[in-house]
Write a protein that binds this ligand. Sequence first.
Ligand code: SF4
Length: 320
Amino acid sequence: MSEPVLQLRHLSVDYPTRAGVVRGADDINLTVYRGEVLGLVGESGCGKSTTGAAIMRLLRPPGKIAGGEIIFDGQNLMELSAEEMRRLRGARLSMIFQDPLTCLNPLQRVSDHIVETIQTHRPEVSEKDARKQAAELLDRLGIRAERLDDYPHQLSGGMRQRVMIGLALALNVDLIIADEPTTSLDVIVEAQFLDQLRDLQRQFNLTIILITHNIGVVAELADRVAVMYAGKLMELADVRLLFDDPLHPYTRGLLGSVPNINLTDDNLQIMGGSPPDLINPPSGCKFHPRCPRAIERCQVEEPSFKEVRPEHWSACWLYE
Ligand code: SF4
């Protein structure tokens, strides 16, 4: 493994509501290494986007970090002021969202976005040089230079996502958090985008946390995969290991429910039940009401997340 870029230590996030407190992320311990793509997967509401937003300290109210540390490049982000955090975002940490149209200013040309980003964080760069860098960036991203002065609405969905990546590349950020970056793309554009993202990741040795509910996207891009359920980490392993030999019953359920062209509908395993109410989560293992392998202990005691085989982590009593 290369050097750690990000370490989450006992990170927890709460959403206070009138009905009670929802613990959106619960005691997350995770390390992200330089140059890797870490896939963060799970069903909707499992806490993956909450974890991504917490790292950026961009939780939407009433969400708040309830405890833990976010160590980025040796520094605890929880100790930074709002202004220090604002300077860090964009310069060293970047987030790509599902719909880039919500992030790109519709009244600004592509060139304006990139030039402004460069000059905000590196004021010594002249506008002429920043514009030249913007044109070179677009070229690397496979977008013709004449599109530099297009407005976001004139670009395709895939191009807009590439511009978002370009904004991160313009500043050579240390970590990109991509939250469902392909969900708004059709399957053909998605495949092209994933190909390009993989090339860019290798070319620039990018470190990416890839948040997705799409197991296929993870299989395409990720080096390691962390599986979340009900705000908890359930399994973490190298992508091949996780696909070939999943340990946690929830991971098995997720993988078994992915449609496969080589299998008939009879082979598709539908995971029963639905994610729990996080205001009143189940006792013991949070997955026990849906788990086909639950034992008595699972209802009363919560398993801890631990390394049960070399480089393979799981939270399940079956591997104690
Ligand atoms: Fe299933 Fe028990 Fe393992 Fe939870 S701890 S995943 S309920 S076997």
